[in-house]
Design a protein around this ligand. Structure first.
Ligand code: S3P
Length: 426
């Protein structure tokens, strides 16, 4: 894929459905009683991996272009899969499914691609073991493949996590559905709360206070209709593209704006972005809005602390925004970037510098001296969808040609990304 400078991105687009919500709709639908009908589901590879895993455990899932129907079999309706469960590239699938498997009285092996086999799993092994599950890293390195021997009844725990992670929180809450008493989970900073919101809509008793939530096991989940808004993590690429290219005005339709996901909007505004939210709606506690974005003069800022979990997946494209801003941007408290689909600090710093930017990686983030003119380069994505899309955005504001050889990895979260980009060009 080759990207060149653009002058003026214009038009209205709808980004694909939210990845976090799509995964959860399949998982909770599978262990609910009755059918769950999902509209706006993200047909990206990660979410398709989740569908395949549940089909292997006997759940019928009908997929049509507009609607996905999950025929739930109740909390105890999953059957032992014939072979391993393959999560592909999806950390969300691996960690969340481990919580559900913890409550199934059979043994399962879960594995995935090369990237998944490097991602830390001790963070779920530890709390799930305390709940009474036998869960081991088969290679004994704290990573996949994992073997999970579940129990019909687990122990409720009070767990204090040292990492702010919605995936860890969700694994523990899912296991909590199978526990003999309440389970409480506390994290250092609140992470995205899609699991809590969706469990509530399935009829589960779950209470939250600050960065603590408590789940009380009850008589199960009740299938219903779920509407998935557009993914703000996918909208983020066009948001930044609109800001950094001259003479642009883009309307991003129907984007999920759950406050635990909108850190990028807060930071972009602080950097001087011209962004407006219109047509705000709330369906079942899921907020969405149309976002209007116009070309802006940006200035550097500091990004740290509580806001980090609210923009963790957007930091690669935020670092691109920083490279186009005047002055210095400092990103701190984002050590987690190193253990995503790739080491996102390393790859973003290397790629930005290859294009002529001045970026430096730190232990827990990056320092970017913005405003240097960028030129095309060959991008190394490490097969990480978010690196590929972030660097494509950088290419829109650079001289010469930016080449992304393994651009196909965008299909993990945003099939059609490059077609949508073409639609906005004039
Ligand atoms: C996700 C949580 C985040 C995020 C990931 C999706 C989720 O991961 O980076 O892309 O759907 O729960 P962590 O929980 O590891 O921070």
């Amino acid at each position: 894929m080759e990207i060149t400078r653009v002058n003026g991105l214009k038009g209205e687009i709808t980004v694909p459905g939210d990845k976090s919500i799509s995964h959860r709709s399949i998982m909770m639908g599978a262990i609910a009683d009755g059918d769950t009908e999902v509209t706006g589901f993200l047909m990206g590879q990660d979410c398709l991996s989740t569908i395949e895993c549940f089909r292997k455990m006997g759940i019928e899932i009908d997929v049509s272009p507009d609607i996905v129907t999950v025929h739930g079999k109740g909390l105890h309706g999953l059957k032992e899969p014939a072979g391993i469960l393959n999560v592909g590239n999806s950390g969300t699938t691996m960690r969340l499914i481990s919580g559900i498997l913890s409550g199934q009285p059979f043994t399962t092996t879960i594995d995935g691609d090369e990237s998944i086999r490097k991602r830390p799993m001790r963070r779920i092994i530890e709390p799930l073991t305390r709940m009474g599950v036998k869960i081991t890293s088969i290679s004994n390195n704290g990573c996949a493949p994992l073997q999970v021997s579940g129990e019909y009844r687990l122990k409720g725990i009070n767990y204090v996590s040292n990492v702010a992670s919605a995936q860890v929180k969700s694994a523990v809450l899912f296991a909590g559905l199978y526990a003999d008493s309440e389970t409480t989970f506390t994290e250092p900073h609140l992470s995205r709360n899609h699991t809590e919101i969706m469990l509530k809509s399935f009829g589960v008793n779950i209470k939250t206070s600050g960065s603590t939530c408590t789940i009380t096991p009850g008589d199960g989940l009740h299938g219903h209709k779920i509407y998935v808004p557009g993914d703000i993590s996918s909208a983020a690429y066009f948001l930044v593209a609109g800001l950094i290219t001259p003479d642009s005005e883009i309307v991003l339709k129907n984007v999920g704006v759950n406050p635990t996901r909108t850190g990028i909007l807060t930071i972009a505004k602080k950097m001087g972005a011209d962004i407006e939210l219109i047509n705000e709606t709330n369906i079942d506690g899921r907020l969405s809005a149309d976002i209007v974005v116009r070309s802006s003069e940006l200035k550097g800022t500091t990004i740290k602390g509580d806001i980090i979990p609210f923009l963790i997946d957007e930091l690669p494209v935020i670092s691109v925004m920083a490279a186009f801003a005047k002055g210095k941007t400092v990103i701190k408290d984002a050590r987690e970037l190193k253990v995503k689909e790739s080491d996102r600090i390393k790859y973003m710093v290397n790629n930005l510098n290859a294009m002529g930017a001045e970026a430096e990686g730190t232990e827990d983030g990056m320092i970017i001296h913005g405003g240097k003119p960028l030129h095309g380069a060959v991008i190394e994505t490490a097969n990480d969808h978010r690196i590929a899309m972030s660097m494509a955005v950088a290419g829109l504001g650079a001289d010469g040609v930016t080449r992304i050889p393994d651009y196909k990895c965008v299909d993990i979260s945003y099939p059609g990304f490059f077609n949508t980009l073409e639609l906005l060009k004039h």
